[in-house]
Design a protein around this ligand. Structure first.
Ligand code: GLU
Length: 480
């Protein structure tokens, strides 16, 4: 392909389900490649499966791509609106003799497959209706039979292409399953619904797609599609087949692995930044210098197919979690609050009566460094929005005389007005001395009283925040 051809790539999702992690990863590689070369990243909604395609899935896919930051150029193309162009291409193939009507019935095809199986051969169409005479065709029509339209695939042909990921590829025409159906069964006077390989070729050509970047499960389709490009007199794009995403056992990631849709990851509390970062690493080895934590823009600056691996990419939760923690730890408190607010609001947690405006941001500054998922910022924030139920360890401390005495002494000294860190430290020392216990005993008791648990973020900051919220006094009193 001459260097002057503009780079135009596309994602062609079928709206028959929510945005799958594999589709999203294909989107990432398309986006990075387009942005690296200053090309266009386009979308085509492949909604020709009328029964299974749903508008809500299209919405889900577009939402997911937007959330991930995978912005696209131009209005998405809707495949079902291009049916006339698909039919015209089929007419062209019929006229040029590259395609023909096949009247074989389901029963005949099933019998053929059984025969092949009995003989230990791979199932394929036997091209039996390839050369029907006009009289034979008419006889089938008179019988009331309908026909599919098949595209001729010469068994002796060899298809080759230089794959941008996998290098030289070679496919024998004889291994493509026989003449391929390109339009569903319909009366012989009509053209039935056009099928995947045909419509993809027609649409990719119409959209002037320069590079088709998609999962390696499409390799056999590429062989068929290259034959269609040639038969239609169209210039084919270049192809890049990306490795599959594998589960921990090394098998293709599937619905059975549980979490597979981008929305699932989002609901679990993963950030878009960490998820796109992780998907980029699924099959691409970044060059030296950018490390493993990077933005889409940083990856786009250095992206190339030379560093895309051929081997499948195993899903690694630890790495995703690590990346997510890195993203969360790097967020400014105000930004973290913006992201947590909808989750807090979903729990019915409001501003906190009587509190000053900045307390939630200070809470985020307190919790941020210990978050690994956004959802952790819900669990860990809970005691700041409502009095927590004490756990067993916290309850046990209520009967400890030393702890009780020190908490009582602290309560007596607790100011009504504002409290700063230095004064608070002083009060802790005074109260512990007055009760005759070590400061550590009081700290433990105070944590249990305030948070209902012996675990949690920095105690002094926690206490000062709860004091601002006006809830330290009652919680300490309740623990006595
Ligand atoms: N609709 C196809 C899919 O979702 C598109 C494959 C392609 O990129 O050509 O698998």
């Amino acid at each position: 392909m001459p260097a002057t051809v503009p780079v135009r790539v596309r994602l062609a999702p079928s709206p028959t389900g929510t945005l799958h992690i594999g589709t999203a990863r294909t989107a990432v590689f398309n986006w990075l490649f387009a942005r690296h070369l200053g090309g266009a990243f386009l979308l085509r909604i492949e909604d020709t499966d009328r029964e299974r395609s749903k508008a809500e899935y299209t919405e889900n896919i577009l939402d997911g791509l937007r959330w991930l930051g995978l912005t696209w150029d131009e209005e998405p193309v809707v495949q079902s609106q291009r049916i006339e162009a698909h039919r015209t291409a089929i007419e062209q193939l019929l006229a040029s003799g590259h395609a023909y009507r096949c009247f074989a019935s389901d029963a005949e095809l099933a019998a053929m497959r059984e025969r092949q199986q009995a003989e230990g051969r791979a199932p394929r169409y036997d091209n039996l209706h390839r050369n029907l005479s006009p009289e034979q065709q008419q006889a089938y029509i008179d019988e009331g039979r309908e026909a599919v339209i098949r595209f001729r695939i010469d068994d002796g042909s060899t298809i080759t292409w230089n794959d941008l990921v996998r290098g030289e590829m070679r496919w024998a025409g004889g291994d493509l399953g026989g003449d391929m159906v390109i339009a569903r069964r319909a009366p012989a006077s009509a053209i039935g619904d056009p099928l995947y390989n045909l419509v993809v070729v027609v649409d990719d050509a119409a959209m002037a797609i320069s590079h088709v970047i998609r999962g390696e499960d499409h390799i056999a389709n590429t062989g068929k599609q290259l034959l269609l490009y040639a038969a239609l007199g169209l210039t084919p794009p270049l192809f890049a087949h990306t490795p599959l995403i594998l589960n921990q056992e090394g098998r293709k990631l599937s619905k059975r692995d549980g979490v597979t849709s981008v929305g699932d990851f989002r609901a679990m509390g993963y950030t878009a930044e960490a998820l796109v970062n992780y998907m980029t690493l699924l099959g691409w080895s970044p060059p030296e210098g950018i490390g493993e934590r990077f933005s889409l823009e940083q990856a786009a600056a250095v992206f190339s197919f030379e560093r895309v691996n051929r081997a499948g990419a195993r899903f690694d939760w630890d790495k995703l979690n690590w990346l997510n923690a890195q993203v969360l730890h790097g967020l400014a408190a105000g930004e973290l609050r913006q992201r947590l607010l909808p989750l807090w609001q979903a729990r019915g947690w409001g501003e906190g009566a009587g509190a000053d405006a900045g307390w939630q941001e200070d809470l985020c500054a307190l919790l941020g460094p210990s978050l690994s998922l956004l959802a952790d910022g819900v669990d860990q924030a809970a005691p700041f929005f409502a009095t927590p139920e004490p756990d067993e360890a916290a309850l046990a401390l209520r009967t400890d005389p030393g702890s009780r005495g020190a908490l009582g002494a602290l309560l007596e000294r607790l100011p009504q007005g504002p409290l700063d860190a230095e004064t608070a430290q002083g009060l802790l020392a005074e109260a512990a001395t007055a009760a005759g216990v070590k400061k550590g005993v009081l700290m433990k008791g105070l944590r249990a009283a305030l948070l209902g648990s012996l675990k949690g973020p920095d105690l002094l900051t926690t206490w000062l925040l709860l004091h601002r919220l006006g809830s330290d006094r009652e919680r300490i009193a309740a623990a006595l």
